[in-house]
Every structure is written in structure tokens, then in C-alpha cells.
Write a protein that binds this ligand. Structure first.
Ligand code: DX5
Ligand code: ZN
Length: 219
């Protein structure tokens, strides 16, 4: 059985002390850094861009898991590769030629991820699942941290797990949005491999401890 992963989302970090929070994640039991890129078009919010990723990459010692909430993501695949992204996730809803986009991400040496909005059916991935390394299942509507977890996600996770097994895919299932101690175990039991957590980690009094507990909960 693969070990389950925790990916703190720096969207909820202290942007005036980013290096402090990056070092905290480095020292913690977390597995990946989750970086949320928003363009104000695909989602109704703007987060941070290339210079900030570059600064994070200089200090981060773990996998950089980059989640693009932007239109026409093909424009920036090479840029994100050069910045040091290890995983690059694009939204299903933002790609007209998803298969081509996935190949372009892999050609740059990155793992290729596809994110699904809460309203997007997992069945739409049946024909690409063998080309996907990571499915980022949104358990909130993307654009903001700190939102409530959508309960329908459990069903979607087990449906997606069936598709992955049926098609012999190696894709990991990542859950993004509203993850906390209450839903973590249930998500992993439904088939999730990676849990993203923003507010639950960074808005707590002891982020290191929260990460450690999350890892133990899903071990
Ligand atoms: C939402 C982002 C998430 C967000 C999660 O659009 O994709 O990664 O940072 O934050 P929490 O864990 O606070 O819901
Ligand atoms: Zn995200």
C-alpha cells in the first residue's frame, strides 16, 4: 500500500513571512508544497505568480505541486518547468485539447495533473486517465482558501478510484479544499492518495503538529 501524502497549500501562509512558512514545511512531516496560481479569469481571484514561485523554489526542499487555476494554461507550461515545478496541474474546464496539454507537461519532465471542479464528472476522464499522473479533485469551488468541504466529494473519489483501477492507471487522487481532521480519514478510505490543506494547517496555532497529526490519521 502506498503511503498517503499531505500537501500544505501556501495560499494560506503568511505572505510577509513566506520563507518562515516554507522552512516550517521543510522541517515538517509534509510531503509536497501545494502552490495555487489564480488568474482572476478562470477563478474570481488572483493569488501569486512567477516571481513568488521562484522565491519559494529557492528554499523549498520538497516536491512543488503547482495547481494552475488559469485559462489557456498551455502558454506557461515551459515557464513553470523552468521555475522548478515537479507536478503541473491544469483544469479540465480550461483545456480544449487536454490530451495534448498532458503530453506537453510530460515532455517538460513534470508529472501531469488534471483538476476537476465540483460540478465536473469524473467520467470525463475515462479516455485520458492512463495519461494522467494526478487528478486534483476540487472539494470546494476553486478560487479561495477557507471554504467548506463539499460532501459529494466522497462519492466522486470512489467513482474515480474505480475508473483508475478499471483502466489500469497509476494516477494519484488528490483532494483540494476544506480538508481537515474530520474528513481526512474518510477521504483516504474512499481512495484518496494526497490531501491538500491550507487553512487547516496555516491558521492553526501549531502547523507542524497539525501536519504530523494529519499524516498519522491517514497512515
Ligand atoms: C482553492 C485552492 C486550494 C486552497 C485550499 O482554490 O485550490 O488549494 O488553498 O485551501 P483550504 O484548505 O483552506 O480549503
Ligand atoms: Zn489548489
Amino acid at each position: 500500500m502506498n503511503s498517503k501524502l499531505v500537501a500544505p497549500s501556501l495560499l494560506a501562509a503568511d505572505f510577509a513571512n513566506l520563507q518562515h512558512d516554507v522552512e516550517m514545511v521543510n522541517q515538517s512531516d509534509a510531503d509536497w508544497f501545494h502552490l495555487d496560481i489564480m488568474d482572476g479569469v478562470f477563478v474570481p481571484n488572483i493569488s501569486f505568480g512567477m516571481p513568488v514561485i521562484k522565491a519559494i523554489a529557492e528554499h523549498a526542499k520538497k516536491t512543488l505541486d503547482v495547481h494552475l487555476m488559469i485559462v489557456d494554461p498551455d502558454r506557461y507550461i515551459k515557464t513553470f518547468a523552468h521555475l522548478g515545478s515537479n507536478n503541473l496541474t491544469v483544469h479540465y474546464e480550461a483545456c480544449n485539447h487536454l490530451h495534448r496539454t498532458l503530453q506537453a507537461i510530460k515532455a517538460e519532465g513534470m508529472k501531469a495533473g488534471v483538476a476537476l471542479n465540483p460540478h465536473t464528472s469524473v467520467n470525463l476522464l475515462e479516455d485520458t486517465i492512463q495519461d494522467i499522473d494526478l487528478v486534483c479533485m476540487m472539494s470546494v469551488n476553486p478560487g479561495f482558501g477557507g471554504q467548506s468541504f463539499i460532501e459529494n466529494t466522497y462519492q466522486k473519489v470512489s467513482d474515480l478510484k474505480n475508473i483508475i483501477e478499471k483502466r489500469n492507471s497509476k494516477a494519484l487522487i488528490e483532494i483540494d479544499g476544506g480538508v481537515n481532521a474530520t474528513n481526512a480519514k474518510k477521504l483516504v478510505d474512499a481512495g484518496a492518495d494526497v490531501l491538500v490543506a491550507g487553512s487547516f494547517v496555516f491558521k492553526s496555532d501549531n502547523p507542524t503538529e497539525i501536519i504530523k497529526n494529519l499524516k498519522e490519521t491517514i497512515a
